[in-house]
Design a protein around this ligand. Structure first.
Ligand SMILES: *Cc1c(COP(=O)(O)O)cnc(C)c1O
Length: 398
């Protein structure tokens, strides 16, 4: 039986139009067709540019990937950043692409919780060991290095204690000891810190947070400083299936259009809110890198170029009863374990991200029962300070 070209099963070519869409189209296609075997050959040999199979790349991933490359200063001589299906996909790609059994990793001791789990529980099964050390203490990082250490992984600002790593000293140690430096730049974003400009070999992002910024996509990104390392990471992503969905990339592209505006506004809000909180009776302490009373204030100024970011934490006076009263009174502010959304969100590390630690372990980090982390959003600062001030007062009455 011959096929009628009007068969409903056959895809229709995109209707011709001299005018072009303003917004990037979404390309959900899993496969791309070639005219003949020679053309496909030429594509595989890199003589012709073209997509073949979505796990290996698709236009929506390229579009968002190039934007992050530009933000982070990835040049063609380095290779290309790769978008992954989540921030943890990017963290996984670092190890899967650049490490082998027998390697050792030195990592910050206050990394994102899942990264810590990956390092301490999952990588050992693959024959990769990790030592955790305090990145505010460069000597502690250096002391953890062994002959078989392959890389150092740090975050610039720790979660939720907002301590600032000694980035300059750590980069110098990595260079001198011949160890790669990987930086998870999710918290700081390229608006406050650009790791490649300060000696990093690999940079990682969870785009889920500030970069996409609307709590409606889960995505990551990773890039390296040489074509060999970029290729190794890319191949790990394609082989282990860490690929992102076109629709998520498309949403992230839309979110990214306002990233600079959102970041600046959220940062100004955070600085103002930190000042208000510090003056409230029900508040024991405020942690914000932009404040002069922050334990790493001078380093924060140097590393973050005077920026303070959108994250702040504070210790409410009292215990669980006061925390519950605060969260219930702040009912218009989401109590939700994420960060970087357009709207302010609150988290309580003792019952969420740090619940696995003993009370003593939390106390050593300064995470008391009353410790609350605020991811400050872009809402009107008058509204935000009123809601938070009233909630702190409600806690004091509890
Ligand atoms: C959220 C986060 C991750 C993981 O990102 P997902 O997109 O949730 O997988 C990694 N590192 C940091 C610092 C994060 O905040």
């Amino acid at each position: 039986m011959t096929h009628d070209p009007r068969s409903l099963v056959r895809r229709t070519p995109v209707p011709p139009s001299v005018s072009r869409p303003v917004v990037s189209p979404i390309f959900p296609s899993v496969v791309y067709r070639s005219a003949d075997a020679d053309e496909l050959d030429a594509q595989y040999m890199g003589q012709l540019k073209g997509y073949t199979y979505a796990r290996e790349g698709h236009p929506n991933a390229t579009i968002i990937g190039q934007k992050i490359d530009w933000l982070e200063g990835v040049t063609p001589e380095m290779g290309q950043g790769v978008v992954t299906g989540s921030g943890m996909g990017a963290v996984s790609a670092l190890f899967l692409g650049l490490c082998r059994a027998g390697d050792h990793i030195v990592a910050g001791d206050q990394l994102y919780g899942r990264s810590l789990r990956l390092l301490t529980q999952d990588l050992p099964r693959l024959g990769i060991e990790a030592t955790l050390a305090d990145p505010t203490d460069a000597a502690a990082i250096e002391a953890a290095i062994r002959p078989e250490t392959r890389l150092i992984l740090v975050e610039v600002v720790s979660n939720p204690t907002l301590r600032v790593a000694d980035m300059e000293a750590i980069a110098e140690i990595a260079r001198r000891r011949g160890v790669l430096l990987a930086v998870d730049n999710t918290f700081t974003t390229p608006r406050a810190y650009r790791p490649f400009a300060h000696g990093a070999n690999v940079v990682i992002h969870s785009l889920t947070k500030l970069l996409a910024g609307h709590s409606d996509v889960t995505l990551g990104w990773i890039a390296a400083d040489t074509p060999e390392r970029s290729k190794a990471i890319y191949d790990a992503i394609v082989t282990w299936g860490l690929t992102p969905s076109p629709f998520d990339c498309w949403l992230a592209e839309r979110g990214l259009t306002t990233f600079d505006l959102r970041y600046d506004r959220a940062e100004a809000n955070a600085a103002a809110l930190a000042g208000v909180l510090a003056g409230l009776d029900g508040v024991e302490a405020v942690l914000y890198p932009g404040r002069a009373d922050h334990p790493d204030h001078n380093r924060a100024q140097a590393v973050l170029g005077g920026r303070g970011g959108n994250m702040l934490s504070f210790r409410l006076k009292g215990g669980r009863a006061q925390v519950n009263a605060f969260l219930r009174a702040a009912e218009n502010i989401a109590f939700a374990p994420t960060l970087g959304d357009v709207g302010t969100t609150l988290s309580h590390p003792a019952s969420s991200s740090h619940r696995g630690l003993t009370p003593e372990g939390r106390a050593a980090l300064g995470i008391t029962e009353g410790f609350i982390r605020v991811s400050v959003g872009v809402e009107d600062i008058g509204l935000l300070t009123r809601e938070i001030t009233e909630a702190v007062a409600a806690a004091a009455r509890a």
